[in-house]
Each structure stands twice: as structure tokens, then as C-alpha cells.
Design a protein around this ligand. Structure first.
Ligand SMILES: [Zn+2]
Length: 509
């Protein structure tokens, strides 16, 4: 009992000053690796690479490798710090696969940033990879958060819940850079918190996470099945093997969630507001990597950076080896869409999950209820429209069109008036949530669909669904979708029951 009270105090009372991890757990389960790293954090005893050190490190590498490395600044953080993106290119490469890698989207996950810095150095040391790959790396995505070792951006937003509403300036710059790069493989590196409030209730003294690395890849049903499976069977699979070879433990990513008072596990990714799903919906191989690290200071820091690097390297190697096959999978996926899934739910199953018991310091298996996001069940689906048509006369439509373009969705303008068959959305139920989530009051909406023949005026904005990022367009435009523009309150003032929404589904030209 005393242990448990202590753990609660440590995790929630003095979380920022005390490391909750007993030394025996580190020594037994997470001994540091015997590797040398030349990145800035390893040149000092305390703290992590700061912004100035990061820029100096990148500049130094760039000067020594100016033929292969370019540094671009994609925008400024809210506090005015320029966000660097490194692009590694061999100009003689023929049709390279474009790989996007990113660290530090959450500011308190420093191994992700350090791992990206090490990766850049290693790719440049042996640049053969660049014969088939072009690599963009954003090592410190959320600079203001990182400077304070805080998860959030300066305005308090979680940048990994902001990938469809795009309310933080950093989200806009990062997404625009991502869309412009047209990534075919994207990996977002994070660290996760191994001591959680919910874990305190298990066994006598609570438990902590066992896994060095957890993989988050999307089960969102608007991502074509072949792409979902290929990501898991080929890319994640190869990374798992790499970790096995160096004795690192891994698992699919889960987090705890409250289901009517019971603690269950949510496993996998389904929400397009987060990067793993958002990237995959851009017709891209996508994973989010979680390394065990938040809240434990510099404990096992080499091991964490090593894991980050090993997984990054594995994704690069797989992309290199799979060059042609990857291209065919992406080409087929782009054309595979048959319908739009507006709402889905996770499959629920019972499964034993391994943890470290904090009383005996041994591995234990606990029976858990798992809501598996890799196996979703559709709850509301609609036919695939030819296009969505957005009424150009409404001022705020410009904001939506701007966001669509940032998301990499192609928006065209109707030149001449055109007679089409459409489906209109008529809200039948609207409820604005009283609690705020990520600085917005979300909208719970239901609609009924009404068909009509209509003359679309010239100037109407069109989002055709035979395009690369069509899945992302459906996620933000189908009103009931949990990450839609309407769900996130972007159109709230215009909504009323019975009042037709200002955009339509074109079902026949
Ligand atoms: Zn994170």
C-alpha cells in the first residue's frame, strides 16, 4: 500500500522533479546500450539538445555534406523560432521514394529529436540509401514545447490532435511541408509515458510498461485495406525483427481509457486528427513510433535514442528494398476506394498483456479488455461521391478551402454552371459539447440526406474523389465524422436543424 501511495505521489505530485522509475527496473529491464552517439545531448551530462545546439549541429553537417543535404525553414513556431526541415537528396538518384520522418511533435519526448539527429548523421556517413530514397526530416517539430520540455505548443494545443482542424500555426506549416513533399512513407517518432495513473491499480504496487517500442499504425477504414495490411506485414514487421535482433521488447501501441468506470486498453490508431492516420489517409505508408521514455528524465537515454534510430533505419531499409512493390501498392490503393466510412468502432477482445510488476520486479501478464483499432467495424457508411461541391458565396468557405489545400487535397473551381445530381445534408440533431476539447467545443451532429437535381453556379469549389488524398477529404467533410470540420466546430454559427449544409455530395455528373 505504501508503495502505491508513493507511486501516486511520484507520478502526480512531483512528476516533474522525481523519476518514478526504481533503479532495479532500469538495471533489470532497460540497461543502457553500449553505443557511441555524436549528437549534442551526448556531449553533456544533463538536459537534452537545445534549439541552438540543434541548429549548430545541422549547419555543421550541412557544410560538410552540401551536395546531399539542404536545410529549409518551413515556418516559425508561435514564439518565433524557425522550424528546420532537413532534406537529404542524391541528385543522381532515379525516381527516389520520398520518406518523411519527424520527431518532437510533443515537446517532452526528447529521444525522438535526438534519434532524428543521429539518423541524419548516419545517412550522410553512408549515403547509399539516397540512391533510391529522398528523405525529409523535421527533428524538432514543436520547438516551443521542446524548449520547456512540455508536451503542448505555446497556445496549449496538442499538435498531434490538430491534424485536421489545423488550429496551431505549427500544424499548418508542418502539414503544408508534408503535403508539398508528397511523402510515400511517413514515420512520426514519439515517446510514451510508462508510469500511468491507471497502472497504479494493478497488483499490489502497481505496474509499469514493459515495452521499449510500441508501434502505432492505422486501422482507419478510409485507408484501403491493401495499404493497411502492407504497412503492418512489411514495414512494421521488418522493424519488429530489427528490434528482436537487438533484444528490445515491442508491442502494438495501446493506451488506457475509461469505459464506464473500467480501465480498458485502446490499441492502434483510427483518428485522422493524429499523425499516424492522417498520413496514411494521404495514401502513404505511415507509422507512429512510441519509445518508452516520458517522465523518466535521462534514464536509459542512449537506449531510447538507439531504439528510435533502429526503427527509423529499418523503415528506410524497407522502403529501399521495396521500391517498386511499394509504388505498385500505393498506385492500387489510390484507385481502390469504393465507399466512404463516416463512423466506425473498434473491435473488442480479451487479451493478456505483459507488464512489469512494481512489487516483485518481474514480468506479469494481465488480462485486459482491448479495443483494437486495427480491426474496425463500420457503423455509418456512404457511397463514394464523384466530388464534394462547396458553395463559393459563403465567406467562411474560404477557410475550409484553405485547410483542404493545406491537407494536400486538390480543390478545383467550376468554370461554367453545371446541372448535377447531388445529395444535401440536412441536420436532424445538433449538440455542442459543453466540455472543451483541444480548445474547441465539439459538435455532435446527425444528418439526413436529400437528393436533388441542381444547377451548380460557376465558381463552386470542387473536391474530386479520384485523387490521392480523397480519404482525408472524406474525413473532414462528412459531417458526422469524429474529426470533421463540423465536429470540430469550424462551422458552428451556420448550423441549425433543418438548415441545409453549405456543401454537397455530387453523385452523378
Ligand atoms: Zn507523443
Amino acid at each position: 500500500m505504501l508503495n502505491r501511495i508513493l507511486l501516486v505521489l511520484i507520478v502526480f505530485g512531483f512528476g516533474f522533479t522525481l523519476n518514478p522509475q526504481p533503479r532495479i527496473v532500469t538495471e533489470k529491464f532497460f540497461p543502457d546500450v553500449q553505443k557511441e552517439f555524436n549528437t549534442p545531448a551526448f556531449k553533456k551530462k544533463r538536459g537534452f539538445t537545445n534549439y541552438e545546439e540543434l541548429i549548430a549541429y545541422l549547419n555543421q553537417l550541412q557544410q560538410a555534406n552540401s551536395a546531399l543535404m539542404e536545410i529549409k525553414y518551413i515556418g516559425n513556431s508561435q514564439k518565433g523560432m524557425a522550424i528546420p526541415m532537413v532534406v537529404l537528396t542524391d541528385k543522381n538518384a532515379k525516381d527516389p521514394i520520398r520518406v518523411w520522418m519527424q520527431g518532437g511533435l510533443h515537446g517532452d519526448e526528447p529521444a525522438s529529436t535526438e534519434g532524428m539527429l543521429h539518423l541524419i548523421g548516419e545517412v550522410l556517413r553512408e549515403p547509399e540509401m539516397l540512391q533510391r530514397l529522398q528523405i525529409a526530416v523535421v527533428p524538432m517539430a514543436n520547438i516551443d514545447g521542446y524548449v520547456k520540455q512540455d508536451r503542448y505548443a505555446a497556445n496549449g494545443l496538442d499538435l498531434n490532435r490538430d491534424q485536421t482542424k489545423l488550429m496551431a500555426p505549427e500544424s499548418v506549416y508542418l502539414k503544408q511541408a508534408f503535403s508539398d513533399f508528397r511523402a510515400e512513407v511517413a514515420v512520426d517518432f514519439h515517446e510514451y509515458r510508462p508510469y500511468r495513473r491507471d497502472f497504479v491499480h494493478y497488483n499490489r504496487a502497481g505496474v509499469t510498461s514493459l515495452f521499449d517500442v510500441m508501434f502505432l499504425y492505422s486501422g482507419n477504414l478510409n485507408i484501403p485495406e491493401e495499404l493497411r495490411n502492407y504497412t503492418n506485414d512489411v514495414f512494421v514487421h521488418a522493424a519488429r525483427k530489427t528490434l528482436d535482433a537487438s533484444g528490445m521488447r515491442h508491442h502494438d501501441y495501446f493506451t488506457t481509457a475509461d469505459y464506464h468506470g473500467d480501465v480498458h486498453l485502446n490499441q492502434g490508431s483510427v483518428q485522422s486528427r493524429s499523425s499516424a492516420t492522417s498520413y496514411a489517409l494521404s495514401n502513404c505508408i505511415s507509422s507512429l513510433i512510441e519509445v518508452r521514455g516520458v517522465g523518466i528524465g535521462r534514464t536509459s537515454f542512449k537506449r531510447r535514442v538507439f531504439c528510435t534510430y533502429e526503427v527509423a533505419r529499418s523503415y528506410l531499409r524497407t522502403a529501399y528494398d521495396q521500391h517498386d512493390e511499394l509504388r505498385s501498392v500505393l498506385a492500387r490503393s489510390e484507385k481502390a476506394r469504393r465507399e466512404v466510412i463516416v463512423k466506425s468502432s473498434r473491435k473488442v477482445l480479451n487479451r493478456n498483456v505483459a507488464f512489469i510488476d512494481l512489487d516483485t520486479y518481474t514480468e506479469v501478464e494481465l488480462p485486459m479488455v482491448v479495443h483494437d483499432g486495427f480491426h474496425c467495424i463500420p457503423k455509418l457508411s456512404r457511397s463514394l461521391p464523384v466530388a464534394y461541391a462547396l458553395d463559393a458565396n459563403l465567406k467562411y468557405i474560404r477557410t475550409l478551402v484553405g485547410k483542404l489545400k493545406t491537407l494536400g487535397v486538390e480543390v478545383s473551381i467550376l468554370k461554367d454552371p453545371k446541372q448535377v445530381k447531388i445529395e444535401k445534408y440536412i441536420p436532424t440533431y445538433l449538440k455542442r459539447e459543453s466540455a472543451s476539447y483541444e480548445k474547441v467545443h465539439r459538435m455532435d451532429i446527425r444528418t439526413r440526406i436529400e437528393r436533388a437535381d441542381t444547377l451548380l453556379p460557376a465558381g463552386t469549389f470542387l473536391v474530386h474523389m479520384n485523387q490521392k488524398n480523397a480519404g482525408l477529404a472524406a474525413e473532414v467533410l462528412e459531417p458526422e465524422g469524429p474529426n470533421s470540420f463540423i465536429s470540430f466546430g469550424l462551422l458552428t454559427p451556420r448550423l441549425a436543424p433543418g438548415r441545409v449544409l453549405p456543401y454537397y455530395r455530387i453523385i452523378e455528373n
